[in-house]
Write a protein that binds this ligand. Structure first.
Ligand code: PLP
Length: 377
């Protein structure tokens, strides 16, 4: 029996919480009634509050996570002739930021257990033109960053953390994004901290980088009509800043909810037909932006889930070095075998902070049924 009606969604956004939606509509309404759309106290306050949250000296609100990555690279002086090392298993924006500044991405493989790049991948890929590495805290799982920073320091490379999926994740006492020279966050609506549209931020402990990105986000302008450098339009909207300021104080609880739901789901799936996410390592964290399992029968599993009203997704169906956009800059099929296998075997299951026990049980039950089918065949 098949049904196209999805009963369990992949995630839930703000409209699932009427009280929160009302609070957000009020702050948006206030700004709209004053036409206070660009800059102003909401943006300044968010920049301060997000820096405090991340434990960095500075945060600069921007129009997207992609801009945050690209402007961090520009502020570091990475550009034409330079190579930036990026994992092949990520959202394409990680590589696009490199292209946007005129540099070349150099793709590396990932660890089969964590789906993340390691210091060994980095060390093996450094060449004479390498200037920077952009490790990605993918799915909300923190990278083992200290060994990566050590290799980068020895080779004179910048480290720009792609923390676009890891808002608030801990590395010991520190937060994701506070360790590299700079880091990027995305506030795309479905991210752990989501705006009501596109938004992002660059964080750093370096005053010079923060100042340059502040200039770049608004035409290099300071003061009005005095343009110090060619910049762009990449500001965080005041409305998005106001939305994010309401939601930031709730992020800790939301991440705790995701960790709890993920632990319950992993327990309920044990002994089943899929490989569940490895637990966070000592001193690391996982804030489950995505809950990703693997199985060689991935496509059949997804059909089975859909037929039983459980949404799923693939993050990501094509590793970046095999996309049409980047095929010419990669080394082709077979060059990064772990990322290529993960692209074929990964399946993202439903996940949101307030996922109810009965929903978790239902998802696990449908996955276990898939195994029963498999054994009956
Ligand atoms: C979302 C995301 C980005 C880009 O963020 P946008 O706000 O969509 O531009 C970059 N890297 C990763 C890993 C992401 O998940």
């Amino acid at each position: 029996m098949t049904s196209t009606h999805t009963e369990i969604p992949l995630t839930r956004l703000d409209n699932a919480d009427p009280a929160l939606t009302e609070e957000l509509l009020a702050v948006v309404g206030d700004l709209a009634s004053r036409s206070a759309f660009i800059g102003g106290p909401e943006v300044d306050a968010f920049d301060r509050e997000f820096a405090d949250y991340c434990g960095t000296a500075h945060a600069v609100g921007l129009s997207s996570g992609t801009e945050a990555l690209a402007l961090a690279l520009r502020a570091l002086g990475v550009g034409p002739g330079d190579e930036v090392i990026v994992p092949a298993n990520s959202f394409i924006a990680t590589a696009e930021a490199v292209t946007l500044v005129g540099a070349q991405p150099r793709f590396v493989d990932v660890d089969p257990d964590t789906a993340l790049m390691t210091a060994a991948h980095l060390a093996a890929a450094i060449g004479p033109n390498t200037r920077c590495v952009m490790p990605v805290h993918l799915y909300g799982r923190t990278l083992d960053l200290d060994p990566i920073v050590e290799v980068a320091r020895a080779a004179g490379l910048f480290v720009v953390e792609d923390a676009c999926q890891a808002h608030g994740a801990f590395l010991g006492e520190r937060r994701a994004g506070s360790i590299g020279h700079a880091a990027a966050f995305s506030f795309y609506p479905a991210k752990n901290l989501g705006a009501w549209g596109d938004a992002g931020a660059m964080v750093t402990n370096d005053e010079q980088i923060a100042d340059t990105v502040r200039l770049l986000r608004s035409h290099g302008e300071r003061p009005r009509y005095h343009h110090r450098m060619p910049g762009t339009t990449a500001r965080l909207d005041a409305i998005q800043a106001a939305v994010l300021r309401v939601k930031l104080p709730r992020l800790e609880a939301a991440n705790a909810g995701r960790r709890r739901a993920a632990a319950a789901l992993t327990k309920a799936l044990s002994g089943g037909p899929v490989r569940t996410p490895a637990p966070a390592t000592d001193g690391g964290d996982h804030v489950f932006h995505q809950y990703v399992v693997t199985t060689p029968a991935r496509d059949a599993l997804r059909e089975h889930l859909a037929a039983h009203g459980v949404a799923s997704a693939i993050h990501y169906p094509v590793p970046i070095h095999l996309t049409q956009a980047y095929a010419a800059q990669g080394e082709g099929p077979g060059s990064l075998p772990v990322a290529e296998r993960l692209a074929k075997q990964s399946c993202t299951l439903p996940m949101w902070p307030t996922m109810e026990d009965h929903v978790i049980e239902r998802v696990a039950e449908v996955v276990h049924d898939f195994q029963a089918l498999d054994e009956a065949a």
